[in-house]
Design a protein around this ligand. Structure first.
Ligand code: RFL
Ligand code: PHB
Length: 389
């Protein structure tokens, strides 16, 4: 088999890239390790920057997002039993959209299927060959048979545990990592959200976040030690702990019910450089991870995809390779800013096991500065709604 761009990974990065390239007449084949149902069963991000919304529009996949997504003009930040609001739209002119990653992915799958574009599911033992030559190929096993996909370029959209990053030789790849000493225990429940907007809470008992998917589906998180397990948490224990970490108003308003999903995600910051090796490009979680506090994971994947889609368009349509040459540096410049914001907001909102009273007072002072300073709120809002790209 032969294609122009082999896309490894059928998550949001790979599917969005495939749709954008299709719009420019560039052929792709998507290779996905799992089944479609498995990919759509993963509960992940919920907050979309305007940049991603714009890309979904460009891909012709934004109809349901506009009909069902919720416009959030701001967010609440709670600490010391009090709560204040940061008004994104007033401060930056831009809101964010709450629409689940699962739904983004579902819309992209539907568009790919409607356009009759190829996806190969349940591929195993994927190997990228000749990425540093003019004739790369991807080999893989499906249904017990070894296959070969010849291509011009390979897009590594296969997430943090994929093969693409590992294909870059060790003497070229540089990895930067920070592991946080806690995780987020998250639940999804068929209950109305406690507030119309998100609540990020720094409490003496640890961080909590109230989020949502729609008017009847809520997503809540509490910070837990890395050693914890979801099996240690009954639904009631979760609700009690969440309530204790919220200010009195939302704590009283919280509607509880059975959880339909419960899991723990560790928190990590990670960047690998460069994001291009010859004809192999890394996109999204394959190249970088942020702790979820800034809601930036899916959104940083989106900016990579835009840069890469435009670079490949310029190559095929205009014969211009400047975008390809500049891809890694351009993507990384934006990634590092999202890394910085996600690290900052994580550091501000969580309890660290080795935190001294001095550190805690600094957190309180910074939160109070954020509460009272328009300049501080504007800096936060600008980052939260997404730096331009
Ligand atoms: P994905 O979504 O991991 O998709 C990669 C795809 O590649 C497949 N794959 C392979 N396919 C073929 N061959 C191989 N060898 C393969 N290895 C892997 C996988 O099966 C998968 O389908 O990466 P992508 O597309 O780059 O998208 C990135 C986002 O998924 C990720 O950044 C966000 O979900 C991160 N994230 C959040 N981001 C936000 O912006 N806001 C959030 O609120 C938010 N919450 C979260 C999150 C991530 C979480 N994780 C990873 C556990 C909450 C959680 C719990
Ligand atoms: C979510 O809804 O899952 C969510 C929202 C905001 C975050 C992280 C996760 O910062």
């Amino acid at each position: 088999m032969r294609t122009q761009v082999a896309i490894i990974g059928g998550g949001p990065s790979g599917l969005l890239l495939g749709q954008l390239l299709h719009r420019h007449g560039v052929e792709t084949v998507v290779l996905e390790r799992k089944t479609k149902d498995y990919v759509l069963g993963r509960i992940r991000a919920g907050v979309l920057e305007q940049g991603l919304v714009r890309l979904m529009e460009e891909a012709g996949c934004a109809e349901r997002l506009h009909a069902e997504g919720f416009v959030h003009d701001g967010t609440h930040v709670a600490f010391g039993g009090e709560m204040f609001r940061v008004d994104f739209t007033a401060l930056t002119g831009t809101p964010v959209i709450v629409y689940g990653q699962t739904e983004v992915t579902r819309d992209l799958y539907a568009a790919r299927e409607e356009a009759g574009l190829p996806i190969v599911y349940e591929v195993e033992d994927v190997v990228i060959e000749g990425a540093d030559t003019d004739a790369p190929a991807v080999t893989y096993t499906v249904g017990g048979e070894r296959q070969r996909l010849d291509c011009d370029f390979v897009a590594g959209c296969d997430g943090f545990h994929g093969v693409s990053r590992k294909t870059i030789p060790a003497d070229i790849l540089r990895e930067h990592e920070k592991i946080y000493p806690f995780g987020w225990l998250g639940i999804l429940s068929e209950t109305p959200p406690v507030d119309q907007e998100l609540i990020y809470s720094n409490s003496d008992r640890g961080f909590a976040l109230c989020s949502m998917r729609n008017a009847t589906l809520s997503r809540y998180y509490v910070q837990v030690p890395l050693t914890d397990s979801p099996d240690n948490w009954s639904d009631n224990a979760f609700w009690d702990e969440l309530r204790r970490r919220l200010p009195p108003g939302p704590a009283e308003a919280l509607v509880t019910g059975p959880s339909i999903e419960k899991s723990i995600a560790p928190l990590r910051s990670f960047v690998s450089e460069p994001m291009r090796w010859g004809r192999l490009f890394l996109c999204g979680d394959a190249a970088h991870i942020v702790p979820p506090t800034g809601a930036k994971g899916l959104n940083t994947a989106a900016s990579d995809v835009q840069y890469l889609a435009h670079a490949l368009r310029d190559h095929y349509v205009d014969g211009d390779d400047a975008g390809i040459e500049g891809y890694s540096a351009k993507a990384l410049a934006r990634i590092w800013k999202a890394e910085r914001f996600s690290w900052w907001f994580t550091s501000l909102m969580h309890q660290f096991p080795d935190q001294t009273e001095f550190d805690r007072q600094l957190q309180r002072a910074e939160l109070d500065f954020l509460r009272t300073s328009e300049a501080a709120q504007k800096a936060m809002a600008e980052n939260y709604v997404g730096l331009p790209y």
